[in-house]
Design a protein around this ligand. Structure first.
Ligand SMILES: [Cu+2]
Length: 228
């Protein structure tokens, strides 16, 4: 008991320190026009303190002749591997300007991952199985996440002022839309975003966020059509 007490105190101190560090989470839910949960929506936040960790690695599986996950969001500079877990071969490709590449007919995991170094949307296809479509959303924004089936995601953002962007596979022309600005206080924030796929939630005459046309321009739209 005498031995356990300092350890308990140590744990308590660690918890308090974490709390003081102010890792306030944003609990977001994304809904459609009817208020129904919108899974697979990508929420990104820019502004505020940027993360110091370098971009990590990510995985885009192929399972039962589908890309898994269907929507993957990564930071620019992330290496993505494409393991094929089916016992048939796939031939993965993208014509998207943000990343053109091709993994010729393969089983298992290709030895080299693919580097996604430019922001933009990458539409994945398989040369053999036309119905296989997947999306890799590459962003320069510091914070991002993909909503689960319940339309929920949480981001461990520090307190600060942020600009939000939303993307969904059913967005017109597959373009991201501005989703307003928000203040995340030290105590965290719960926020509901609504996105209306198939229509433009931005006021008429408002151009979509251009980001120097970072992979979301005409060439991108053309590539998307070709990729379908
Ligand atoms: Cu395939």
């Amino acid at each position: 008991m005498l031995d356990a007490l300092p350890r308990i105190l140590l744990c308590l101190t660690a918890l308090l320190t974490l709390d003081q560090a102010g890792a306030a989470a944003l609990q977001a839910s994304v809904v459609d026009a009817e208020g129904k949960p919108l899974g697979e929506a990508v929420l990104t936040l820019s502004g505020g303190p940027a993360p110091t960790a370098p971009p990590g690695k990510a995985v885009m599986d192929q399972v039962n002749q589908q890309f898994l996950p269907h929507v993957l969001a990564v930071r620019s500079g992330t290496e993505v591997s494409f393991p094929n877990r089916d016992d048939i071969r796939h031939h993965v490709y993208s014509f998207s300007p943000a990343k053109r590449f091709e993994l010729r007919l393969y089983h298992g995991t290709p030895t080299a991952p693919v580097l996604f170094d430019k922001p933009g949307l990458v539409v994945l296809g398989c040369n053999i199985h036309d119905w296989m479509v997947g999306y890799i959303y590459v962003t320069d924004d510091a914070w991002f996440g993909v909503a689960d089936e319940a339309g929920k995601l949480s981001l461990d953002v520090p307190p600060g002022h942020y600009k939000a962007t939303l993307w969904h596979p059913r967005n017109p022309d597959l373009l991201p839309v501005a989703a307003g600005e928000l203040d995340v206080p030290a105590g965290g924030l719960e926020k509901r975003f609504s996105l209306v796929p198939g229509s433009d939630p931005a006021p008429a005459g408002t151009p979509p966020p251009a980001r120097d046309d970072g992979g979301f321009g005409d060439a991108f739209r053309k590539a998307t059509r070709e990729a379908r």
